[in-house]
Design a protein around this ligand. Structure first.
Ligand SMILES: [Zn+2]
Length: 198
């Protein structure tokens, strides 16, 4: 399936769940603080095992269903309980794991636009990939579509990489992520044209 076919035509929300994308309800979430202003999209990269795509292991990780013995790399992350709101595959398919009104567990210790604990008031978006390497055109298209969908419901004004909000600790999405390309796509839509990028 190509990226354009995998990207739904119109964004429809049902509560904090985006309709017409793939859903798996992760147990790894909690409430946001009262009156959290959800104004940041955090962009990550992930693949499991690292550099292997389409294995289903990322979905299993976010669902606490990964077999830790299935690959040597998993020994180093055994027991990890994490999630993101969204995961975008290499083909541009969008998966949602956590209600966007809830707090997903993707950022860890972090700070951006003068506020700490970015999980409190951000949306976490994982791109299937390996930090430092490039991403697929279909992923940029789906990411831009997702950002525009988010802008319909949340007052998002910033996007940043995990590497920016947790410098020295995290490296994703890395040098292979094309921020000017994302900026160009966001500039094409009035709802996202004002977002501030790193
Ligand atoms: Zn990350």
């Amino acid at each position: 399936m190509g990226g354009s076919e995998s990207r739904p035509a119109s964004a429809v929300w049902q509560g904090g769940w985006l309709q017409n994308v793939r859903h798996l309800a992760s147990p790894n979430f909690g409430p946001r603080p009262d009156q959290a202003c959800i104004d940041l999209a955090v962009i990550h990269s992930i693949s499991l095992p690292p550099g292997e795509y389409g294995t289903g292991a990322v979905q299993q990780l976010f669902m606490n269903q990964l077999d830790w013995n299935a690959h040597p790399y998993y020994q180093g992350i055994r027991g990890l309980e994490v999630s993101a709101h969204f995961f975008i595959t290499r083909a541009g398919e969008i998966w949602q794991f956590v209600d966007c009104d809830a707090r997903a567990w993707h950022a860890g210790a972090s700070a951006w636009r003068g506020r700490e604990r970015c999980n409190d008031d951000s949306i976490g978006i994982e791109l299937e990939g390996l930090e430092g390497l490039i991403f697929e055109p279909a992923q940029y298209a789906s990411l831009a579509w997702l950002c525009q969908a988010l802008a319909l419901r949340y007052p998002i004004a910033h996007a940043a990489g995990h590497e920016h909000i947790a410098p020295g600790r995290k490296l994703d999405p890395g040098a292979g992520f094309d921020w000017p390309r994302l900026a160009g796509l966001l500039a094409q839509d009035q709802a996202t044209a004002g977002w501030r990028l790193p």
